[in-house]
Design a protein around this ligand. Structure first.
Ligand SMILES: Cc1cc2nc3c(=O)[nH]c(=O)nc-3n(C[C@H](O)[C@H](O)[C@H](O)COP(=O)(O)O)c2cc1C
Length: 245
């Protein structure tokens, strides 16, 4: 590999089993300080992260995120949140009122949050920690908001488990580069790449039915994409100050 940063990036795999050993608080600070170096739209820095180590709270989070056992196991849970609450304060301090009416206003904060949390993931893995994003935090966002006492305009985008790996899973293959990297214009005819990837995932034995039948990527992805999911989010977003017009 041509650079140690690329080595860390290419070694990524989500960790879902953790040792009980704690993560020193200074490491959490180092990871979040790295996330803060990320680029941020208009220098607004519209994200926050709530670090949870309390076992009872992690237990409740595990329940709220769809009974994910690794949330109970991992010594640290980070709740990455889109955060325009601080801008409410800035506006108030200057006699203004923040406008978070439009999709764009939420999108800016969600993109900032996603960029920051991925930087944090790389920092954590560079320190030898394991991590896994937890989209399950959006299963019952209203309960997460209450548990973490999130003020208006703070909305959980993703959780992240953090801890010392107690497993060493194989890397999951990714789509062929040709499927995602387009030159000059978008190339629509990707079926060949998708079939090749489907076969690669089947060979790797990533998806298995209870019957032992091995599935490829296409069927699983298609079923997930066709499903209706988290249909109540718009309402919770509106309650939290993002009506999304
Ligand atoms: C936004 C986001 C949410 C995710 N949510 C979950 C989750 O709730 N539970 C989980 O076990 N993995 C979750 N993952 C991890 C993905 O399943 C994982 O990244 C993907 O299968 C690829 O595997 P890899 O990270 O090991 O390469 C999430 C990943 C992302 C980016």
């Amino acid at each position: 590999m041509i650079h140690p940063v690329l080595e860390v990036i290419h070694a990524h795999r989500s960790i879902r089993r953790y040792k009980p050993d704690p993560v020193p608080w200074e490491m959490v600070e180092t990871i979040v300080a790295a996330a803060q170096r990320s680029s941020t739209s208009s220098y607004l820095q519209t994200w926050s992260v709530v670090a949870v180590t309390d076992p009872e709270k992690r237990d409740r989070l595990a329940e709220l995120c769809g009974q994910q056992e690794h949330i109970r196991q991992a010594p640290v849970f980070l709740a990455w949140c889109a955060d325009r609450y601080r801008l409410d304060l800035a506006c108030r301090m200057h006699g203004l009122e923040q406008n978070t009416e439009y999709v764009e206003d939420f999108l800016v904060a969600a993109v900032d949050t996603a960029i920051a949390m991925q930087t944090a993931a790389i920092a954590a893995e560079a320190l030898g920690l394991g991590m896994c994003f937890i989209g399950g935090i959006r299963n019952r966002p209203e309960d997460v908001i209450a548990l973490l006492d999130l003020p208006p305009r703070v909305f959980p985008i993703s959780g992240m488990t953090l801890g010392w790996p107690a497993e060493d899973p194989a890397l999951k293959p990714r789509l062929p580069l040709e499927a995602v990297l387009h030159r000059e214009t978008y190339h629509r005819h990707q079926e060949e790449h998708l079939r090749a990837f489907d076969e690669e995932v089947r060979r790797a034995g990533i998806y298995r039915r209870r019957t032992g039948e091995v599935l490829g990527w296409l069927e699983v992805a298609a079923r997930k994409a066709a499903r209706e999911g988290r249909s109540h989010l718009r309402q919770v977003l509106a309650q939290q100050g993002y009506p999304l017009r």
